[in-house]
Design a protein around this ligand. Structure first.
Ligand code: IPM
Ligand code: MG
Length: 372
């Protein structure tokens, strides 16, 4: 029996292309694993009304980790129109499978390293080595949303809100609400994970990103908890910044930052900014992690217009596979993959279109595998 059971979830769009390239690398490194393909993505929504079928959930309960590609998502009405006719009109609502996986399996850490590899023509600057810790289960992703807002809820809001709240001026049937729900437990564990990482990897500083000056209840609590947790890590510096300000400062002085931690939605936004600074979505790798399961994916979407063209850059996914190996404890193999990626970037012989070259997704995978 293989040492690891891994779910292999390409999804759709370019998810298939980038996972194919990643497979070349994992084969070469001879990881002792059984790869079990799983059904997930747009085609299952259209045919079954469920982009994350129960059988795939069951599979995820029985594996050590998963590699995930990407999935197309569409607004609710457009999604309903693409269902097979027998499923239409039943009130089925398309929900993002990755967001569901994160919540269902309590994958509370979204880990997104963004490093400027020397020789990458897309680096914004060469001194960037950021690691984003994004809370992955709550906040605006809680799914507690109303449009229209039920009358009983609207009445409570009228009763409890400040007299100057703008929405009070409008008819109640014009309200829409998406709840930002943040818990003490959710905040503490992601902040602690960021500090633990800093300690383990000899990182200098953790920057807490928030909007505590305005969003006081949730973001204010997040910042307070960060100050408490910091007490346990006296050797690591902590600073904090408003999310808007950090967007400017990250661009101005990226070298001043190290480990970043944020609630879910701000972490989502900051991690795209950080990924762009080291080459864009072709370089943004990602791990959705708990103690029991890790689901590793590029942070880019499914880019349906490039699907099947084997044109896009697989490095984000290959670096995500490297994160998976690290998480599994296969640290030598993980380091070897990172060295191979760095060498291919540095040499500059093989480049996909985003890097100004014309090599294919699979040629990039092969070039990296050849360094192993
Ligand atoms: C990400 C993506 C997802 C998110 C989408 C695809 C639901 O943007 O992984 O960053 O918002 O978390
Ligand atoms: Mg995102």
């Amino acid at each position: 029996m293989a040492k690891y059971k891994l779910a292999w979830l390409p999804g759709d769009g370019i998810g298939v292309d980038v996972l194919d390239a990643t497979q070349i690398v994992l084969k070469r490194i001879a990881l002792d694993a059984e790869y079990i393909p799983g059904d997930i993505g747009w085609e299952f929504w259209c045919r079954e009304g469920e982009a994350l079928p129960q059988r795939t959930i069951d599979l995820l309960r029985n594996v050590d980790a998963a590699m995930f590609g990407a999935i197309t998502s569409k607004p609710v009405k457009a999604a309903e129109a693409e269902l097979v006719p027998e499923l239409r009109g039943q009130g089925l609502v398309y929900r993002s499978p990755i967001v569901r996986m994160r919540q269902m399996f309590d994958l509370y850490i979204c880990l997104r390293p963004c490093k400027a590899y020397p020789g990458n023509p897309l680096n914004y600057r060469d001194d960037i080595d950021l690691v984003v810790f994004r809370e992955n289960t709550e906040d605006l992703y809680s799914g507690v949303e109303f449009n229209p807002v039920p009358a009983e809820l609207a009445e409570v809001l009228l009763k409890l809100s400040k007299p100057f709240a703008a929405f009070r001026e409008y008819p109640l049937d014009q309200l829409a609400i998406s709840s930002k729900i943040v818990t003490r437990k959710g905040s503490e564990r992601i902040i602690r994970a960021a500090f633990e990482f800093a300690r383990q990897h000899h990182r200098r500083k953790v920057t807490v990103i928030h909007k505590a000056n305005v969003v006081r209840a949730t973001e204010g609590m997040f910042l307070d908890i960060a100050r408490e947790v910091h007490q346990d890590f006296p050797e690591i510096e902590m600073d904090d910044a408003n999310v808007d300000a950090i967007c400017m400062w990250l661009l101005k002085n990226p070298g001043n930052y190290d480990v970043l931690v944020a609630t879910n939605m701000f972490g989502d936004i900051i991690s795209d900014l950080a990924a762009q600074m080291v080459g864009g979505l072709g370089f943004g790798c990602s791990g959705n992690i708990s103690e029991n399961l890790g689901v590793f994916e590029p942070s880019h979407g499914s880019a349906p217009k490039y699907a099947g063209q084997y044109k896009v850059n697989p490095i984000a996914t290959i670096l995500s596979a490297r994160m998976m190996l690290d998480w599994l404890g296969e640290t030598d193999k993980a380091a070897a993959i990172e060295r191979a990626v760095a060498a291919v970037i540095q040499e500059g012989q093989i480049r996909t279109y985003d890097m100004g070259g014309s090599h294919s997704t699979l040629e990039m995978g092969e070039a990296i595998a050849a360094k192993l």
